[in-house]
Design a protein around this ligand. Structure first.
Ligand SMILES: [Zn+2]
Length: 365
């Protein structure tokens, strides 16, 4: 009984300690402070994909038609070394992507958790065959205050969603851009976000912290991934390059993420298509999501700009050139963001106490 009341007192103490602390940001793993509102949303939702896309640096990354026209240039995946010779290309520079991630050479870092805002269901997304991938973007009339965004996870700013696209192989032995221990996954999903402090996607692309891209590996499992079905079921309508359509079913952003987003690799890199601008803070989750071989086959039926099969649309791994890759591992200290207003405050208090004790006795990172 005495022991029980001691535990109870400890829980109360921790509860008050938690409320008393001015900010949780001082502790690296708890920095999930409430997002401030801001009034300068970019009008990314005002632009729909267009049929006049030409091959360019931004077709892959931006829903903005003006940029794609302005930077049009010819390139393909058959000769990626030639990309460096394109006008204004950065493809031969020193901080390029993708890279081959060697987990044992990565430095561990206690990044905060990611915060995903508006990562719910989105209806009527646009889908375009860009000739080098399929690009999914927000509908033209999408409300600005509902644009998905990410923050935390070691990012210094809030990044708004711009589009997502994929890379895949002709078969399941290859396809991803990033490699783990020199091994490929069958495909890789890229969720592209731009830094809201620069106002627009276009302005963000002139800064080294302009884009935050989440890389998610796709592995092949025995069953269809129901959350991926809305993305694949209309691929038949965009077989030819530059065709576009509107998705009829809801896309659940949360379910495009791996179940566990608490461990990931982080490094500074570039766009993986010309002009390979070094403007990307990369996050590569080590937990893949699964889709079926049948679903993957739908992507392999698409055609590129030359009406050939759109497959193997991945850039080979680039040299690290001394860049440090960081790794955030799951700490066991993940407190719900709504804390202390949870249904299990005492359990949370206990978890939190354990965390603090472990944190206090763990060596500095
Ligand atoms: Zn990509």
């Amino acid at each position: 009984m005495k022991r029980l009341s001691t535990n109870f007192n400890l829980a109360i103490f921790v509860l008050f300690l938690r409320l008393w602390l001015p900010s949780t940001a001082a502790l690296p793993i708890f920095a999930t402070k409430k997002l401030k509102t801001f009034d300068r949303f970019e009008e990314v939702g005002d632009r729909a994909p267009v049929k006049t896309f030409t091959s360019s640096m931004f077709e892959h990354w931006s829903p903005e038609k003006s940029l794609t026209k302005a930077t049009a240039s010819g390139w393909n995946y058959q000769d990626t070394n030639a990309w460096a010779n394109l006008p204004k290309s950065e493809c031969g520079a020193k901080q390029q992507s993708p890279v081959d991630i060697q987990p044992r050479l990565s430095e561990k870092k206690a990044f905060p958790k990611f915060t995903f805002e508006n990562y719910g269901n989105i209806d009527k997304m646009g889908l375009i065959n860009s000739g080098s991938s399929v690009v999914y973007s927000l509908p033209k009339d999408f409300p600005k205050d509902r644009v998905p965004s990410i923050s935390g996870g070691g990012l210094n700013d809030i990044y708004n969603f711009a589009q997502f696209h994929l890379h895949w192989g002709a078969n399941s032995n290859k396809g991803s851009e990033h490699l783990i221990n020199s091994k490929s996954y069958p495909a890789e999903l890229h969720l592209v976000h731009y830094n809201t402090k620069y106002g627009t996607f276009a302005d963000a692309t002139t800064h080294s912290d302009g884009l935050a891209v989440l890389g998610i590996f796709l592995s092949v499992g025995p069953n269809d991934n129901a959350f991926f079905q809305p993305l694949v079921e209309q691929l038949d309508s965009v077989i030819t390059s530059q065709l576009e359509t509107t998705l009829t079913n809801l896309v659940s952003f949360t379910n495009l993420l791996p179940r566990q987003t608490t461990s990931f690799y982080r490094y500074s890199g570039s766009l993986t298509t010309p002009l390979c601008n070094e403007i990307v803070i990369w996050t590569v989750f080590d937990n893949p999501i699964q889709i079926s071989e049948k679903q993957l086959a739908k992507f392999r039926k698409l055609k590129d700009n030359q009406a050939k099969s759109l497959v193997d649309n991945f850039r080979p791994a680039q040299l690290l050139n001394g860049r440090i890759k960081f790794y955030r591992s799951f700490t066991g200290c993940e407190i719900p963001q709504s804390w202390p207003f949870t249904s299990t405050p005492f359990m949370d208090a206990f978890t939190w106490t354990t965390c603090i004790i472990n944190f206090a006795f763990s060596p500095w990172q």
